[in-house]
Design a protein around this ligand. Structure first.
Ligand code: TYD
Ligand code: ZN
Length: 408
């Protein structure tokens, strides 16, 4: 019998429940002359039998994922921008009541949240390895240190600016396989009564709605409340609050503090109880999910193949990171989807990771409209479908593949 790999957090045995095959770095959009240099890894996911953390079995190296030219920009979605502005307002009302409080954001990208804090005169610093995103953040008035966040970075920041009242992060903590160094950094940086607040996709929603494309290189961990609670304790902190938020199809906002520094809210135990009821920490739940993923993949390829045979034009909408999983797992290339439209200038003129579907500006979608749009950015469905009313009004239809393949 082969020995199970060990959990990155607790060294317990990790049981694989799905292998999504050979996959590229999901945000690495090669130029047409760069396709030979792409790096691939095996995207396999498992669950730890001890702490129940869902995690990948092999990691794509971080220096390959988060480079200076990392193309993702939070601000391309109005919904996300609004959300991060609200986070800034919420932090100001609840935590940043002293005039000199410092906020550090891990993975601040183009600085929507920090720009809003900066405009309100709040002391802040973003930490992000992407120089391009940091430049965009600077244009919003946000100050950024271009680096990964680890213990050494935290020591340097503390020496320069003193302790932080709030360490915030959105959609980043789950990306770091060596999460221990993040917590050591937070420990170095946080005031005795400060909080570490992080938002990330919720594995409970991913399983419930079969959001299988949330599994890609960057999402090294898929968080449950139970597993994050155990993780915080292991690293010398306490999970004191958890809140559901609608971002990215269903996320959680975790609040972590030093043990005893803050009262622990009922939300934590309530959600851990709910997760037990829905068997979120159990291997069998994920095996069922894996069978569902197989079915969706088969159905999607069948639909696209039928549409091509019928002479229908299908265009991808949103060159999301998530779409790397879908296209590479299903083997969907330019023969089935000739191009993907995306509003991010950094992605346009490039090719989708692995399957090399060209990425074109939004104008290519409009003129002429295709018969079908395959909505890779399904998490922004409301915003996009509203914006594209004319597409549907003149007979265009949307293809969605979560929680199953359907046409609307
Ligand atoms: P998103 O779903 O936020 O993230 P992820 O990469 O984590 O899966 O990415 C949305 C992508 O879709 C991004 O590349 C911008 C693009 N997009 C459009 O092209 N048009 C739109 O109207 C919106 C909202 C997004
Ligand atoms: Zn574990």
């Amino acid at each position: 019998m082969s020995v199970a790999p060990t959990c990155r957090l607790c060294a317990g045995p990790v049981h694989q429940w799905m292998d999504l095959g050979r996959q590229p770095a999901s945000n690495s959009f090669p130029r047409p002359d760069e396709t030979g240099a792409e790096r691939f890894f095996r995207l396999a996911v498992g669950i730890c039998a001890d702490c129940t953390m869902v995690q990948q079995l092999e990691a794509m190296p971080t220096d390959h994922m988060f480079r200076a030219d990392y193309p993702y920009r939070s601000s391309t979605s109005d919904g996300l921008s609004r959300h991060f502005e609200e986070v800034a307002g919420w932090l100001r009302r609840t935590e940043l009541t002293g005039h000199t409080d410092l906020v550090v954001e891990i993975g601040c990208n183009d600085g929507v949240m920090l720009g809003a804090l900066g405009a309100a005169g709040v002391r802040h610093l973003g930490v992000d390895p992407s120089a391009g995103a940091a430049r965009d953040a600077a244009l919003r008035g946000a100050e950024v240190r271009v680096s990964f966040f680890d213990e050494a970075a935290a020591i340097a920041i503390r020496a320069e600016r003193g302790p932080a009242r709030v360490v915030f992060s959105a959609n980043t903590i789950s990306h770091v396989a060596d999460i221990a160094t993040v917590f050591r950094g937070v420990d170095r940086l946080l005031t005795p009564d400060g909080v570490f607040v992080f938002e990330d996709r919720y594995v409970g929603d991913i399983v419930e709605y079969a959001y299988f494309d949330q599994i890609y290189d960057e999402h090294f961990y898929l968080f449950s409340v139970r597993a994050v609670d155990a993780m915080a304790t292991r690293f010398g902190f306490e999970l004191v609050d958890v809140e559901r938020i609608s971002i990215h199809g269903g996320s959680l906002r975790f609040t972590v503090a030093r043990p005893g520094a803050r009262p622990r809210r009922d939300s934590v135990t309530r959600m851990i109880d709910d997760e037990a009821r829905y068997a979120i920490g159990e291997y069998e739940t994920y095996r069922r999910f894996a069978r569902q993923i197989d079915r969706v993949g088969t159905d999607l390829v069948a639909l696209l193949t039928d549409l091509r045979a019928a002479g229908r034009r299908v265009v991808g909408y949103g060159a999301t990171s998530k779409s790397a999983t879908v296209t590479n797992y299903c083997g969907i290339g330019p023969d089935l989807v000739p191009f993907i439209c995306d509003t991010t200038p950094e992605k346009q003129g490039r090719l989708s990771p692995g399957m090399h579907i060209p990425v074109r500006p939004h104008a290519a979608f409009v003129d002429p409209y295709p018969d079908y749009a395959l909505l890779f950015a399904w998490n922004h469905a409301e915003e996009i479908m509203l914006k594209e009313r004319r597409f549907t009004a003149q007979g265009g239809r949307w293809i969605l593949y979560v929680p199953q393949v359907h046409v609307v």
